[in-house]
Each structure stands twice: as C-alpha cells, then as structure tokens.
Design a protein around this ligand. Structure first.
Ligand SMILES: [Zn+2]
Length: 140
C-alpha cells in the first residue's frame, strides 16, 4: 500500500493522496473532524485524481491527524524559487564560494541558466529562476 501523502504548495490547497477507502462519505468525516470543520465544503475531493484537499492553513492539523490515524504520513513540501544571475552562471566554477546570488553557488559557473529566464539586459544582465526542489519527509 502506498503511503498516505500530503502535498503542500505555496498559495495552493493542501492535497492528500492514498487515503484508504473506509466507506462512502467517510473520508469527508475523517478530514472534517481533523480540521474542526464547522461547515460542509471545507474538505474537497477530486474524483478524477482521487485527491482530497483542504485549505493550506489546515496542513498541520491534517498531517498530525493522518499520522495518528494511519501511523505514518509522507509529506512533500514545495518551497519558493531559486534565482541565479547571468554573472553567476557564466562565472568561474572554481570560485563558486564568491557567489553572491541566491543560488548560493549551486549554479555558479555551470554555463547555463535555470529553467526560466525572466529578464535580460539591464544592469545585472539576465536573471533565471526555477522552482526549488521539494522537501520530502515522514511524520512521525
Ligand atoms: Zn547563482
């Protein structure tokens, strides 16, 4: 059986996957009680992707509640973006420790920008961005 998985993204509803089926409508009751729902509609289910979702502010309650109910929960937490400037990725890879950009030297001297280049020209040259890798961990 796949682990019950909670996926958290900035500014998006928190998604719950692989929750065992325990009867018609039971999933709603389980999650509503975990988040202390005062009304219907706070817990949503997408039949096509078999994904439950709750407001992002309820992430902590569902992670702790699901961990308690199913022993263990996998959490996939997506963060913000990594940024790198042209001067950095075109820099000398042997001086990555001199990097002042927010890639913290990870992309320094690689010769290639990140996935999306958001500007070019200007004082600092081009800026490229990519989503930072999600953090995956288990609770407990
Ligand atoms: Zn950089």
């Amino acid at each position: 059986m796949d682990d019950v998985t909670v996926t958290i993204r900035p500014d998006r509803r928190t998604e719950i996957r692989n929750m065992p089926f325990e009867g018609k409508g039971v999933g709603y009751k389980i999650l509503e009680s975990m988040i202390g729902a005062s009304r219907r509609g706070q817990v949503e289910y997408d039949l096509s992707t078999r994904t439950w979702s709750v407001s992002r502010s309820h992430s902590n309650a569902v992670i702790l509640g699901l961990a308690d109910r199913y022993d263990r929960v996998k959490v996939i937490q997506h963060g913000g973006v990594e940024k790198c400037v042209e001067a950095c990725w075109k820099g000398n890879p042997e001086t990555a420790w001199e990097c002042k950009c927010s890639c913290a030297g990870r992309n320094h001297g690689s010769g290639s920008p990140y996935k999306v280049t958001v500007s070019d020209g200007g004082v600092g040259g081009a800026l490229s961005v990519q989503a930072s890798a999600p953090r995956e961990f288990y609770v407990p």
